[in-house]
Design a protein around this ligand. Structure first.
Ligand SMILES: Nc1ncnc2c1ncn2[C@@H]1O[C@H](COP(=O)(O)OP(=O)(O)OP(=O)(O)O)[C@@H](O)[C@H]1O
Ligand SMILES: [Zn+2]
Length: 687
C-alpha cells in the first residue's frame, strides 16, 4: 500500500498494482479520467488503447500528475519502475553484464536507483511535491522492507525443502493472505483498503476486483523480490511462520551446576506433562516464569530442558525481534506467537532478552508506539487462564530494567535465579564437556574449576573447546592440563600477540611494572593469590598479572578491597621508583581506573568512609556541590594512602622486585609456583 500526498488528494492510499497501472497505461488513465470526470482538459489526446476490464484504476489526476505529457510519463515510468516496463530487458541480477553499471546501486541491485534518477530528472523540478511524496512512499516498497521472522530452528523437513517447494508454499500463503484480506481479516491494511474504496466510492460490484488487483500487485512484488533473490524478504509480519522447535533431546541432564533452579522448575515440568492433574487438584501454576542471571549461565538451556523433559513444543523468540522499525509489527508477531502456542498447548513459550521487550518504556510524544509491543504482551498474558497449558518463560540479565507491569502477580510472577556456578558446579560443567572430547587422565577438573572463579557455563564450555582446538593444532592425541591452562589464560588475559616486536627498553619497563603488581600481591595479606605473570603482549595489554581468589567470594572485606587497590598501584609505583618520576608511563591508566572504581564504591555504596558514614549515593550527579566534593575528597584520600602503602612494600622488597623483573625478562611468563621460587631467592630450572 502506498499513501501518496498529491496536489489533488491530501492523502491517497494506493495499492501497488494501481500505481503501476496508473503509470503504465497513460491512455487508460486519461480515458477513465474523461469517463469518470466531466471534461478532461488535456493538451494533447493520447492514442486509443483497449481499457482493461472494469477494474477501477487510480488516475494520474489523483496523483497530481495529470498535466504530464505521454513522453514525460514514459520517461517517468522508465526511471521510476524499470522492473515493470513491458518488453524492456531491464538489467537484473540474472543478466550477465560484464560492464559495470553507472551506479553502485544498479550494480548491486540490477536496476537503476530509481529515486536518484527521478530526483535528477527535469520532471522532478516541475512536480517536485508529488514526485517527492512518491519517492518517499516508494522507499517503503516491499522490496526494501527487510523483515525477520521468529528465530526458530526450522524442522529438518523445512530446512531440506527445495526452493521451488518453498516458493510453492509462499504461493500457498499468498492465497490465504488474499483470503484474509477479502474475508475482512482484522489486519489494519483491510481498513485502509476499505477506507480507500469509500473515499473513491468504488461501486460494490468492483470492490472484489479492486482487492484482487491489490493482491495481484502484492504478489507481483513478492515474486519480483523472490525472483531477483534480493537479500530482502517481503513479509507483512502478519504471516511470519512460527514453528515450534522440538527440543526432545535437551533435558535437565544437560544443565549442570544449577541444582536449585532445576528443582524450582521441576513442578512446571510436572504441570506440562499433566495439566489436568494440576487443575483437578486445584493447583495454580504461575503463567510466567522469569529466569534471571548473568549471560551464559544456562537460562535458555534450562527453558529448552523444561520443554524437553515434558516433551512439549518449545516456541523460541528473542525480545529484540519484536522491536521492529515498523509500528505494529512487534505486536502482531506477539499475537501470532500466542495464537500458535495456544493452538498447540501444552507448550512452552520462551522469550529471551525479555528486557528488550518489557524494558521500562518511557511514554513520550517522540515514541508514541514504544509501549505497543509490551502492551500486546501484557494483554496476551492476561488473555489466557493459568492452567491452559501454556507456560511462558522469560530470560533477562537485567531484571531491574523490566517494566513493573510485567513482573506483577499473574504475569511473570515466579522468579528463578540462575547464578554463575560455584566451584562444585564448575567442576560438574567441566566434567560434562570434557567427556565430550578426548582428554588425558592427568587432567583434574577440580584444579581447573578452582582456577576459573566467576566463569559461566558458556565460558567453561568455551575453555574446553579452545583446549581441544589447541591440542588439534599442536597435533596432540588428546587434551592435557597444558592446553586447558593455555585456553584459560586466553580467556582471562586475552590471546597472545607473539607477532608484536617490543624493543628491550619497553620490555624492561613492562617487566618492572608487572613485577610491581606481583610483589604487592605477594606481600599483602588480604590480596588475591597470584595465578600468573607475563610480559607477553596479550589482547590490548603489553603484560599482565592475573590473580584468582582461592575460592568463590560471596562478599569482600574492607581489607580485601584495600589490598586490590594497592595491587593496582604497584605498576606505577614500580616505574617511579626504578625509572624516576620523569619516566613514568601511560601504561598505568587502567590500573588507576580500577583503583578509583573500588574507592568510589567503598565511599558511595559500601559505607566504608568514616567521614560520610553509611549513606549511599547512587546518582552522584544529582548531589549538592558540597556533598560531591566531600565524596571526591574521601576517594582521593583512599587512593593516596593506597599509593603510599604500595611504595612502602616495593621499597622494602627492592631486591625481590629486581629478581622477579629479571626472571620475567628471561622466561617471559611465570606461574604462581615459579614466582614463589624467585621471590624466595632460589634458582629457576632452565626451561
Ligand atoms: N549450567 C550449564 N550447564 C551446561 N552447559 C551450560 C550451562 N550454562 C551454559 N552452558 C552452555 O553455554 C551455552 C549458552 O548458554 P545459554 O544460552 O543457556 O545461556 P543464557 O543464560 O541463556 O545466556 P544469555 O543470557 O546470554 O542468553 C549453552 O548452550 C550451553 O552449551
Ligand atoms: Zn599495571
Amino acid at each position: 500500500m502506498f499513501s501518496l500526498s498529491s496536489t489533488v488528494q491530501p492523502q491517497v492510499t494506493v495499492p501497488l498494482s494501481h500505481l503501476i497501472n496508473a503509470f503504465q497505461s497513460p491512455k487508460t488513465t486519461f480515458i477513465s479520467l474523461s469517463a469518470s470526470v466531466s471534461q478532461n482538459h488535456h493538451r494533447d489526446a493520447v492514442p486509443e488503447r483497449e481499457a482493461p476490464s472494469s477494474e477501477a484504476v487510480v488516475n494520474l489526476r489523483d496523483l497530481g500528475l495529470s498535466e504530464l505529457k505521454v513522453g514525460q510519463i514514459d520517461q517517468l515510468v522508465d526511471s521510476l519502475l524499470p522492473g515493470f516496463c513491458k518488453g524492456k530487458n531491464v538489467s537484473s541480477h540474472w543478466h550477465t553484464s560484464h560492464v559495470s553499471a553507472q551506479s553502485f546501486f544498479e550494480n548491486k541491485y540490477g536496476y537503476l536507483d530509481m529515486f536518484g534518477t527521478l530526483r535528477s530528472s527535469c520532471l522532478y523540478r516541475q512536480h517536485s511535491r508529488t514526485l517527492k511524496s512518491i519517492c518517499s512512499d516508494l522507499q517503503y516498497w516491499p522490496v526494501f522492507i527487510q523483515a525477520r521472522s521468529f528465530k526458530t530452528l526450522k524442522s529438518r523437513t523445512r530446512r531440506l525443502q527445495s526452493t521451488s517447494e518453498r516458493l510453492a508454499e509462499t504461493q500457498h500463503i499468498a492465497p490465504s493472505f488474499v483470503k484474509g484480506f477479502l474475508l475482512r481479516d482484522r489486519g489494519t491494511d483491510v481498513e485502509s483498503l476499505d477506507k480507500l474504496m469509500k473515499t473513491k466510492n468504488i461501486p460494490e460490484a468492483h470492490q472484489d476486483a479492486f482487492k484482487t488487483g491489490f493482491a495481484e500487485g502484492f504478489l507481483k512484488a513478492q515474486a519480483l523480490t523472490q525472483k531477483t533473490n534480493v537479500r530482502f524478504r517481503t513479509t507483512t509480519g502478519l504471516d511470519s511462520a512460527v514453528d515450534p522447535v522440538q527440543m526432545k533431546n535437551v533435558t535437565f541432564e544437560h544443565v549442570k551446576g544449577v541444582e536449585e533452579a532445576k528443582q524450582e522448575l521441576q513442578e512446571v515440568v510436572e504441570f506440562l506433562k499433566n495439566p489436568q492433574k494440576f487443575t483437578v487438584l486445584g493447583g495454580k501454576l504461575p503463567k510466567g516464569i522469569l529466569l534471571v542471571g548473568p549471560p551464559g549461565t544456562g537460562k535458555t538451556l534450562l527453558a529448552r530442558a523444561v520443554a524437553g523433559e515434558a516433551d512439549v513444543p518449545f516456541y523460541y523468540a528473542s525480545g529484540s525481534e519484536f522491536d521492529e522499525m515498523f509500528v505494529g509489527v512487534g505486536a502482531s508477531r506477539i499475537r501470532n506467537l500466542f495464537r500458535e502456542a495456544k493452538a498447540n498447548a501444552p507448550c512452552v513459550i520462551f522469550i529471551d532478552e525479555l528486557d528488550s521487550v518489557g524494558g521500562k518504556r518511557i511514554e513520550s510524544p517522540m515514541h508514541p508506539y514504544s509501549r505497543q509491543t509490551i502492551n500486546q504482551l501484557l494483554a496476551e498474558m492476561d488473555g489466557f487462564k493459568p492452567n491452559e497449558g501454556v507456560i511462558i518463560i522469560g530470560a533477562t540479565n537485567f531484571p531491574e530494567a523490566l517494566d513493573n507491569a510485567l513482573i506483577r502477580p499473574g504475569r511473570f510472577d515466579m522468579q528463578v535465579t540462575v547464578p554463575r556456578p560455584d566451584v562444585k558446579g564448575r567442576t560438574e560443567i567441566l566434567k560434562w564437556y570434557l567427556n565430550k572430547i578426548k582428554f588425558d587422565q592427568s587432567v583434574d577438573p577440580e584444579i581447573i574449576a578452582r582456577g576459573t572463579v566467576g566463569f559461566s557455563g558458556a565460558e567453561l564450555e568455551n575453555l574446553v573447546n579452545q583446549a581441544a582446538l589447541k591440542a588439534a593444532v599442536d597435533g596432540k592425541e588428546m587434551v592435557t592440563m597444558k592446553e586447558l591452562e593455555f585456553s584459560k589464560d586466553k580467556i582471562l588475559m586475552g590471546p597472545e600477540r607473539r607477532s608484536v616486536e617490543i624493543d628491550n627498553k619497553n620490555k624492561t619497563i613492562t617487566a618492572y611494572h608487572e613485577s610491581g603488581h606481583a610483589i604487592i600481591a605477594y606481600y599483602t595479606k588480604d590480596a588475591m593469590p597470584i595465578n600468573k605473570a607475563t610480559i607477553m603482549p596479550r589482547g590490548p595489554t603489553l603484560g599482565h598479572v592475573s590473580l584468582l581468589p582461592e575460592n568463590d567470594r560471596w562478599n569482600e572485606t574492607r581489607a580485601q578491597l584495600l589490598a586490590q587497590m594497592d595491587v593496582s598501584m604497584g605498576g606505577r609505583v614500580a616505574e617511579e621508583l626504578i625509572f624516576g618520576t620523569d619516566h613514568i608511563t601511560t601504561g598505568a591508566s587502567s590500573d588507576f581506573d580500577n583503583a578509583t572504581k573500588i574507592a568510589k564504591r567503598m565511599v558511595t555504596r559500601f559505607g566504608m568512609s568514616e567521614k560520610l558514614g553509611v549513606m549511599t549515593y547512587s546518582d552522584t550527579g544529582k548531589l549538592s556541590p558540597e556533598t560531591q566534593s566531600a565524596i571526591e575528597q574521601e576517594i582521593r584520600i583512599l587512593l593516596r594512602d593506597s599509593y603510599e602503602r604500595a611504595k612502602h612494600i616495593l621499597k622494602t622488597h627492592a631486591k625481590e622486585h629486581k629478581n622477579l623483573a629479571e626472571a620475567l625478562l628471561t622466561y617471559e611468563t611465570l606461574d604462581a609456583k615459579e614466582i614463589q621460587i624467585v621471590l624466595e631467592g632460589k634458582k629457576l630450572e632452565v626451561r
